[in-house]
Design a protein around this ligand. Structure first.
Ligand SMILES: [Zn+2]
Ligand SMILES: [Zn+2]
Length: 401
């Protein structure tokens, strides 16, 4: 039964490939920044099939929304959710594509246009196969989440969670296109797949002075140098080599002239780990180093902690469903398991803190013409979008017995 539904669903995706491609191109040409996705939302909503069993949940105070293909029974019971993000980035596009961004300085450089198209295609497949799916999925719904503001902390997932998007969700699935993985591949692992992160914005203050009289001043540049150097041992010496972690100093600002020791200095440091405990320990370590060194130098400090996203921990049961869908959609040779995690983050992790979740990567790499995510020349092939749509469509069949 399941295999005949899958066959029909995959054929449907092949047949409607042009529509899905156009859907993505329209989104790509009209990108909107995080928290500004009004026309993106309205465009997607205008394309949602109108049926009595299709329920749209949209709001006045967030452009994120979700669409249920409802099978009846308890209205709050939901079999499974698929999440796509819909926001773009402040980047001037340089692809030269016929459907390149019409909005100056804004670009879909993270593939969220493709994610939305894939989820839309899977939603249409669910609507088209409603009757046969309903025979097997007797209660609840298949939920398709179109989330705003993934690129901007604290992320648009929180707003939707507040609105009740996770009510009754038994499993949730997310996808991200990935140029460093070959096109046609699906990659996933159990446990941590994306890191949690936190940024510390630090300001040091102390007695400035003449460059020629250092004995009368507090040298904040030397102090910052010691803090930066000492912090490197937090990963190399204080964390197990088997626990991935990152301490990256990404900004430092001080000084205005070549003969003045400055009286203030600011830096920021990005901390990442796949394990919340490791992240907490690293943060405590950096704070301790700052405190001790500042005491030694007679400087003051102020630390502002900016929370990023939590680590994304894949639940093995949800991973199993994803793997089965990927084998059906892309074939055994298209499956990479277990894939290595990445130290970037995604606020999909917030959903997975509430219900079992699985986040996976869809390869879009195609040799030398491939550019990384967030690059002004980033693009992917139509076949990648088709692969992703098939994958998500096959995934909904996993819930059909
Ligand atoms: Zn991104
Ligand atoms: Zn992204």
């Amino acid at each position: 039964m399941k295999s005949s539904i899958i066959k029909s669903v995959l054929r449907y995706i092949e047949d409607t490939g042009d529509e899905i491609k156009e859907f993505r191109e329209t989104l790509h040409a009209n990108p909107e920044l995080s928290l500004c996705e009004r026309s993106t939302r309205d465009f997607i909503l205008s394309k949602i099939p109108r049926k009595e069993f299709v329920c749209v949940h949209k709001f006045d105070d967030t452009y994120g929304f979700w669409v249920d293909v409802a099978f009846g029974g308890n209205a709050s019971a939901s079999s499974a959710a698929i999440r796509a993000d819909i926001d773009a980035l402040p980047i001037q596009e340089e692809t030269g594509l016929p459907f390149a961004s019409k909005n100056a300085g804004v670009m879909h450089a993270c593939g969220h246009d493709a994610h939305a198209a894939m989820a839309f295609g899977a939603l249409c497949a669910a609507v088209k196969h409603y009757d046969v799916l309903r025979e097997n999925i007797k209660t609840g719904a298949l939920r398709f989440i179109f989330q705003a503001a993934e690129e901007k902390a604290p992320g648009g997932a929180l707003a939707l969670i507040e609105k009740g998007v996770m009510k009754g969700v038994e499993a949730i699935f997310g996808i991200h296109v990935m140029p460093h993985i070959a096109s046609g591949r699906f990659a996933i692992c159990d446990g941590g797949i994306m890191a949690g992160g936190e940024r510390l914005n630090v300001t040091l203050t102390g007695n400035g002075g003449h460059a020629a009289r250092p004995e009368e001043a507090c040298d904040l540049i030397l102090l910052a140098g010691e803090i930066i150097t000492s912090s490197q041992k937090l990963v190399s010496r204080n964390t197990s080599p088997l626990e991935p972690a990152v301490v990256s100093f990404c900004e430092i600002h001080a000084g205005a002239a070549g003969n003045i020791l400055p009286s203030s200095l600011a830096f920021s440091v990005s901390l990442r780990s796949l394990d919340p405990v490791v992240l907490k320990n690293i943060r405590a370590g950096v704070e301790k180093i700052i405190k001790l060194r500042c005491e030694e130098y007679g400087a003051s400090f102020l630390i502002e902690a900016v929370k990023g996203y939590p680590p994304m921990i894949n639940e093995p049961g949800a991973v199993g469903k994803y793997l089965s869908a990927a084998r059906n959609a892309l074939g055994e040779s298209g499956v990479v398991y277990p894939e290595k995690p990445v130290m970037g983050g995604d606020d999909f992790a917030r959903y997975a803190q509430i219900a079992p979740g699985a986040f996976a990567f869809l390869g879009t790499g195609a040799g030398s013409e491939t550019y990384p995510l967030h690059h002004p020349k980033f693009n992917l092939a139509d076949s990648d979008i088709l692969n992703g749509t098939k994958l998500l469509a096959a995934l909904i069949c996993e819930f059909a017995g």
